[in-house]
Design a binder for this molecule. Sequence first.
Ligand code: NAP
Ligand code: GDD
Length: 323
Amino acid sequence: MSKSALITGVTGQDGAYLAQLLLDKGYKVYGFVARRSSDTSWRLRELGIQGDIEFLEGDLADASSVQRAILTAKPDEVYNLGAQSFVATSWNQPITTGVVDGLGVTHVLEAIRQFSPETRFYQASTSEMFGLIQAEMQDESTPFYPRSPYGVAKLYGHWITVNYRESFNMHASSGILFNHESPLRGIEFVTRKVTDAVARIKLGKQKELRLGNIDAKRDWGFAGDYVEAMWLMLQQDQPDDFVVATGVTTSVRDMLKIAFEHVELNYEDFLVIDPEFFRPAEVDILLGNPAKARNKLGWEPKTSLKELITMMVEADLKRVGKE
Ligand code: NAP
Ligand code: GDD
């Protein structure tokens, strides 16, 4: 019998790659989607899998819709990827971020506990919870110190996952994922903002690129590699928490260099530092230690930052070229 999975946030970057991975493995995939006034399924269309998913309408802020989805699907696995995921927006919408990214997790856990207790649960936790880092390299035992309403909300989501595992013996795991990017990354995030701008500048459609703090450093990996770690976590006998990262950190400045050099341009000729893109509180540096994921899950990142950025610039050159 093939397995079934319900993915919240299926229209997002990770949701799309995870749905593709699970479909390839023969899963029946349910997508929990919030109603929007315009179509948000461009990623699923780009991967050619939109028609293979059964969509269930709902919103993580609406517990009744979450319950209905769990009762309808009774899935073997739930991947809770839905979130207000843009850190900068979390200062403008702190309450929505708290409700969706924090309490929304409880809505899913509670629906599973009441209506489908055998369902395994994955929570999309984040390196943003480390914030003002308390150790040079962050792992599962590093204390958290979130620096944004997003990080604070996600910390609640992380701990409620641990709490339901310990209180009700649920198979609930939390993946503490460091930044991961792809050609399907939202345009507001810095890597994709850069690769889209590189393509536009190269093709004569844009003159400058406005950014904020380019001294920030991130541990960037490829989303396609990271969704495999999510799946592996739910295949373990015991639920647990895992850091998923590459173990390499790079500044936004050096990532910019890689992207512009790919099309033989110098980023300094186009970069404008704009105060609008600085944040009220910054996460200066993130660097993850994926040793536990390597040892227990057998997971390894397969894509270097240079390969990732090259893949993204090439995809954006194609997209912009077609406009
Ligand atoms: P993303 O591209 O922004 O996707 C977010 C998804 O959540 C979208 O499908 C969005 O739907 C959905 N969503 C937003 N609000 C919702 C609501 N109220 N109810 C139901 N669904 C809602 O994010 P991502 O990069 O794929 O990340 C996936 C998850 O991993 C998120 O929880 C994120 O916080 C977390 N995470 C991401 C990273 C990373 O580097 N990418 C690292 C660590 C953790 P619409 O398309 O309709 O808006
Ligand atoms: N987005 C953006 N836009 N970021 C900029 C810009 C800009 O113009 N200029 C500089 N940056 C800096 C940000 O200040 C931050 O330090 C860094 O680039 C990365 O920003 P984002 O790409 O927006 O990602 P993030 O690290 O804030 O958050 C992402 O990773 C988290 C995991 O650590 C998101 O995917 C979160 O959802 C995820 O949890």
